[in-house]
Ligand binder design. Sequence first.
Ligand SMILES: [Zn+2]
Length: 241
Amino acid sequence: MKHPIESFRDHFKDVVEEVQRFAVFVRAKEFQEQSIVKLEELLAECSQAKDKAIAEQSEDTANAYLAFEFMAKALVEEFRFYLALKADAPDSAWDHLVNAESSSAAAMKSHAVASHLDGYIQRLHALERLLFPQPVFFSSGFIVRESECSICGVEYGECTHVKGRPYMGKLCARIVKKAELQEVSVVSDPADKHCRALHYTDNGITRNVFTQRAVPDEDAEQSPPAYPEGRADAPSGSAEA
Ligand SMILES: [Zn+2]
């Protein structure tokens, strides 16, 4: 008899193969929207199976389903990226592409069932380089005064959990509770690609860095970027995984 994980992997592969032919920019919008619906159903199946494994205290199985969840999320984000580009919303497209990259990386950290994603991640990086101008990224340097482990809640470093490693269906993150900001610097290879300059000013006119459209003054305030639900590594400055 097949191990339940192997049967689930076959089912996962079937759904992914069915939708992957629409994961190309030129495919019709409605097929890409339908693909998101199918992937969200798959995601719900992953979460249910993961919860069952957690209830049975089967850690390796729970971590495998966590990896499937992250892979399904990455694909959903990739489809949302194409749809945002088609909707002339490059800021949102950027966030979805970065979310797809981080979900794929999180899947690889979660379990060996996702060990084949290097090529997929390279493809996402290629899309990033070809479709967007190199953004100006920010990175904040801070001294952590108080932080806790996301798995057990004790002071980070006092337990045996290590950030970025999976434990019973969850990736460990260091949740920063208190920190002193030291500096904000401009970097080319940031820990968090959501932290970037959104606007620039030229001859007194504030413009969007991607579209170069003038933005009204009230919109020129930097707004917080969109993060995927359930992302294991929260925005920089609050948690690290
Ligand atoms: Zn811990």
